[in-house]
Design a protein around this ligand. Sequence first.
Ligand SMILES: [Fe+2]
Ligand SMILES: [Fe+2]
Length: 311
Amino acid sequence: MRVRAAVLYGKSERLRTAGFGKRCERTHDGGSIMNIYKVLPDLSNERQMRLWHQGIRKQWSAEDIDWNAPRRIGGEKIRDQLGRVLTPVLTGEQSALYSVSGLIPILGHESKVPAQFYLTTWAVDEARHTELFARYFGRIDREPLSIRKFPAGFLFQSRIISKDPCEWLTGVLASESMAQVVSHELRDLDLDPVLSDICAGIIEDESRHLGFNHIYIEDQFRDMFAADPEGAETKAESLRARMDHVLEGVPPIINAIRDDMKDLGIDMDRVQDILDRVARHRLDKAIYSGKDRALGTKTSLAEPEIEASLQ
Ligand SMILES: [Fe+2]
Ligand SMILES: [Fe+2]
């Protein structure tokens, strides 16, 4: 099928009949180019479409939280501590919103429309998480630490950002896994009903994000292994190196909040250990699932025991 494509150069527009690429390019005043290759998007990726529908159906609002629930954390000390330990959490939520939003046009540019659909819900999730923690700082009457006072959280997030969806998702795998583990710990501690409700909601959202993360990386590696097994192995190695690089950014955060977390009842060395094992395992699982689907092999990976309790 040949499609008509509109090309805008600055303020003037001309139409052309696109050939092979079926490409619609649009620039505004010499700005960035929007590429849409098909008018009718390919929505055949069933798993990604399923997650997109789930992502829409499971939406909730910060307004659903009972912010007037009686406070259980009246003391100055515990509120100071929560202010410090929740600083990297709020930084993480805000960075996630920033990076998910940035990936949406990139996936559109690559005609990965079901993934693009899903990321619109992911962005809403991270916006909600950002709002929840921002409001929670109001509840405890504390301010998060500044970037200058607590650079580790910001530097960790900087390691994650990438315009390559697979690279970004690898870094995100580390940060989402950390959010998941810390949310479990805080929910189980049950320090404050509002914080527990926030964490319970976030755990559900994060499990969708991790689900998408797996499916997307698996699909990419299925295609890469089918087309170029050697290139796929090289890419897999580069993602493992990226995971190492991102995880190396975690200890400075842990060190900064270890004592406060210990006082609150959370062992951060345990969190670090779980994170190291779970994040690397999840990346390998996605890569090998893609490889197995492309080559008809069956790779068995030992699952970290903790994985089951995080589901
Ligand atoms: Fe989040
Ligand atoms: Fe998330």
